[in-house]
Design a protein. Sequence first.
Length: 366
Amino acid sequence: MTLAINTTDAFATGTIANTGLGDRGNKSFSTGFQGQLIQISSKERQEIDFREAEAKRILLSQGIKEDFDGGPVGFPKTKVDFARDKEGNLILQNNLPVKKEITSWYDVRHMIARNEFVPKLVDQLDQNGKIVIEAATGTPKQVPALDAEGNPIMERKVSVQADLLEKSLVASSRLKELGIESIAAPKYRPGTTAIEAYEIELQKNTKGVATNSLKKEDLRLTNFPRGTSSYEALKMVEKENDQGVVDPIKAKNLVRDMAILRAEELFTLKRFKSFGGTTPTKAVELLSNEPEKYRPTPADTNFKPLWKTPPPMRVDLGKLSPQQWRNAVIANAKEANPAYTDEEIIDKFGFDRVISLGAGWYGRQK
């Protein structure tokens, strides 16, 4: 069926077809996209306009500012529409409607606002049916409205969520840093939020965004379990409430925990994932609790506990012989690792490096 330009309009809730729709002068929606265009009647257009106006009113009342182009400040474009003149007719160029990307207030409300149900309030009336006035404010006193059974009548209230607003604006800003000004179809599925769109770009490592975030904390993929992708690595050390940013503490812990795993000849998380060990830190916890279950080749039948780094030890080398220093290091290590023999401790340290005065012990780790 050929769509006539003067009777159709569209919000691109899907992608738009590039199929021939009749003769050369009647290719109404042959716009270069792939997929399907949804035809919208004038009545449906009015409903969309009403929905947009309601969303805009709600968001403006809750502090969201309007940009110069009529959209909410700070958010990317979210929809593909067609340019129209003052009378509402589609604007054509070369017999094709002119596409434009817009920021839908309704889409933004979907990103940052949530429905709440609160008691409906009505003006309180006295025994004579007159409105009761608050003495302090001079305004009508309001009370919850009740149904026939005496239960409060609840009504829907749309409220902006502060945390969603902050995260959405941050994600929008970071999308723009990647050169992405629009999250409209067909690049993203309809209804995709700014947070979801940025997460997609992190997964794709667009312009090295995930890799660069790791580099800021001096992390490379070699610091992570074998086979870890840039996105998976980022998720292991990402800040709790800062999308795509590495937490320095998590980064430091990861390097420490990977050293522990590699000392046990564990280079991947394969043994741990089925039991919740999706990060090196969680894997080390599992390994510490059940070393016999996760160690690939136990050192002996007693399944010794994981080696713990002994506490720092200060010594005066001027007053100790090499043998006394060696004995002190062994004793110090054994306090933290009582299950290990002197020979095992000596074998683990090697004692082939001289320590600095007062700096503690530094042994060669095998």
